[in-house]
Design a protein around this ligand. Sequence first.
Ligand code: GLU
Length: 296
Amino acid sequence: MRVRTLTVGLLVGGLALSACGKEGTPGGGGGPSTTAAVEANVDVAGSPTFAKMKSRGGVIVGAKEDQPGLGLKSATTGKYEGFDIEIAKLVAAKLGFAADKITFKTIPSAGREQALVNGDVDYYVGTYTINDNRKKQVSFAGPYFQAGQDLLVRKDDSSITGKDTLKGKKVCSVTGSTPIQRVRDQKLTEASNIVEFQNYSQCVDKLLNKEVDAVTTDDAILKGYAAQDPDKLKVIGQTFSKEPYGIGLPKDDKALRDKVNDILQKAEDDGTWKSVYDGTLGKSGSAATPPPIDRY
Ligand code: GLU
């Protein structure tokens, strides 16, 4: 029996992040290192998705590529990194696939359900809120994290202090996301003032060049952008929703969902989750604990 470990992948991810994070010690290799052994002889009986991964000899994971701290494709290495990516790698390892057997595929918010329905990805890890509407088309393991909707504004703008100060302001968010839906449902600004893109980084560009006044989505995402441009951007810091992040799975694959829930539960119990969090998102945020797994 050959057991390989994820140590190298996690360490490299940690170093890449520390290199641009303010607490980083480039080359120091500090911080907790996680060893997620690649499981041998895994079987997930009754899972068509797992059977597909097995026969392919690899995993295809849907992810984001422009969300620092969560899912970011490095411009220099071309590798994906961040909290969601490490969660995806952990799940793959426990399904028997080392990091070099994962192909990450960038799928924007609006394309997630279709990618899972079509079988373009085996599972999806990318700030994906679990909700009943999405459960009509896909299923979710988790949650493995809980975020909340917040606002990103220019640092010198004191006119926006919370969700009830957005009237008359241009508010940017992403197609197919829960935050843009909430702006509409709660009429936080006029319909004509809602600006919509495929990716949050496009909204951030528009905020910086003053074409919009606020970007709204999960606080975890916004904090990543603010950390990249702390002199120009700030997060308001008053969340107004609960966004429990799940791992998106094909709808009818209950066997795989149960297995991934087992993997997440164990990672939370044995400290792996904490190591992954501390090595990624936790570097710029406060300490966090995962919400309870919701099995259905
Ligand atoms: N978590 C929210 C959602 O799933 C916003 C982040 C995103 O668009 O990925 O819609």
